[in-house]
Design a protein around this ligand. Structure first.
Ligand SMILES: [Zn+2]
Length: 491
């Protein structure tokens, strides 16, 4: 019976439709929370938990994959209530990770701790769904539901994405001190229970990557939000390097930058600046390209798919990701030299990595550099090198100098990391080469010896017979040269 129930639930989950919610296709708070509970029942190693309560006492739910296993990644939707597609995006990513069948996703499922918070502004979304049930219109609410003074259009509340501590209230351009302003920052940093819940989550766990979804604009926003300018040196070099990598895989319509670059204004007290100040690689994604907080539901699936790849790239790179290049390979006789460049492209240091070097033929090692002093063991055609820690987003090079045996015209080499991960590169290739074999070498030495003997014989003959040789040819040649140099025609 339990098995049947499990199968039915699994079938429901795999067939989940991201645009089947009751707010004109978007999911309301109850539906989101039910979905999280359902998926928790189906998938081992997951849990739904509460990170805190909203101003009105509603639970802010989170879904966790893999407690304590691997680098931690945080995904948040719905800082701003009306940005309904941001919740759909978080749910859609979660569903994809739970369902997708590939070696790489399976590895990520088992080796990343991911916390999904589809709805942070629970009171705001609740207000929208209650209003929608009565009127079938989506009310325009951005902030939380803190009752402030009476505002035109009932626009009370605090902008949660201006309420974080880092550079809170830096100026009145990046946030408002007017409680009716749509970017009102609140009375003090973390004055709101919703942002406090995020603060406590971030302070109690070391996250590698954090992404917050918004709409609209088709923008990938990186720190610093509060600054009125941008210079790459404002960011940690390893982060700047990863932002640039992400930039290469954005949807063709999307742009990347800080708010000043993208929007021509600064934002202070925002989530990504707070996360970045704690050492977390952070981004805010404004989903687009539709210029709509909640685009027509028929366009939503396309938008979700467009923005999946950059997130998966970040998820993959939240831990160590090893890449390999072989460079400057030269073969002299049977001696092969080359450099192997190892690049940790991920956002965590790579520790306890063993690099295995395997050849199709017997070989002997002259040296590795600079790893001579690091432990390695060789067994026939296979060498294990225990690498020292390679820092996040940094490279190391190893020089190899080895001697091949002389039994073949080609060899197959391969490099791979252990423990094996589908995220790490492997390198293998077949190299053809010609070496001077033993028999050929002997023949060559005999030829050289004969030439040398002939040379010696000529010298000896010349020496004993030089008195009888008239150097007439040299004289004539000298004349010829002089004549030539004077420009006189000669025959
Ligand atoms: Zn927003």
């Amino acid at each position: 019976m339990t098995l049947i129930l499990f199968c039915v639930l699994a079938a429901i989950a795999s067939a989940w439709n991201p645009t089947n919610g009751s707010i004109n296709g978007y999911y309301n708070l109850t539906e989101v929370n039910n979905l999280l509970e359902e998926w928790t029942k189906i998938h081992n190693g997951t849990e739904t938990f509460t990170i805190g309560k909203s101003l009105r006492g509603k639970e802010i739910k989170a879904f966790r994959l893999n407690l304590g296993k691997g680098p931690a990644v945080l995904v948040i939707g719905c800082h701003h209530a009306r940005e309904l597609i941001s919740t759909t995006q978080v749910l859609s990513i979660l569903n994809y990770i739970l369902q997708e069948e590939s070696e790489e996703i399976d590895y990520i499922r088992k080796n990343r701790e991911i916390i999904f918070i589809p709805v942070l502004n629970v009171d705001g979304l609740q207000k929208i769904s209650e209003h929608y049930d009565k009127t079938h219109t989506i009310i325009d609410i951005r902030k939380n539901q803190r009752p402030t003074e009476t505002c035109p259009g009932d626009d009370h509340g605090v902008d949660l994405n201006r309420n974080y501590e880092y550079m809170w209230g830096f100026d009145n351009e990046g946030s408002s001190n007017n409680s009716c302003g749509e970017d009102y920052r609140g009375s003090s940093p973390f004055s709101e229970p919703e942002t406090k819940a995020i603060r406590d989550l971030l302070l109690n766990k070391s996250f590698s990557v954090a992404v917050s979804y918004h709409s609209w604009g088709d923008l990938y926003v990186h720190p610093w939000c509060y600054r009125n300018s941008f210079n790459p040196s404002d960011l940690r070099p390893e982060d700047w390097s990863l932002y640039n990598s992400v930039k290469t895989i954005l949807p063709s319509t999307a742009q990347m930058g800080n708010p000043n670059q993208l929007l021509n204004y600064a934002v202070n007290g925002c989530f990504i600046d707070f996360a970045y100040s704690l050492g977390i690689f952070s981004m805010a994604v404004e989903l687009g390209p539709e210029n709509d907080f909640h685009p027509p539901i028929g366009k939503v699936k396309g938008i979700l798919e467009n923005h999946l790849a950059p997130f998966m790239y970040l998820l993959k790179h939240s831990g160590p990701v090893m890449n390999l290049w072989l460079q400057n390979l030269t073969i002299h006789g049977s001696v092969v030299e080359f450099y192997l460049e190892i690049y940790n492209q991920g956002m965590q240091d790579a520790t306890n990595q063993t690099l295995t070097f395997e050849l199709s033929h017997e070989y002997s090692i002259h040296h590795f550099f600079p790893y001579n002093t690091f432990a390695h063991n060789k067994n026939g055609r296979l060498t294990n090198i225990h690498l020292p820690a390679i820092s996040k987003r940094s490279k190391q090079a190893i020089m190899f100098k080895i001697s091949l045996d002389e039994s073949a015209d080609e060899f197959l080499y391969s490099f791979y990391f252990q423990p094996h991960s589908p995220l790490n590169a492997q390198l293998s290739n077949t190299i053809q080469y010609k070496i001077v074999r033993g028999s050929t070498a002997v023949l060559l030495w005999i030829v050289i010896l004969i030439i040398a003997l002939i040379g010696v014989a000529v010298v000896v003959v010349f020496r004993f017979t030089k008195k009888r040789i008239t150097p007439i040819k040299f004289v004539e040649l000298d004349k010829f040269n002089k004549a030539n140099s004077q420009g006189t025609p000669t025959i």
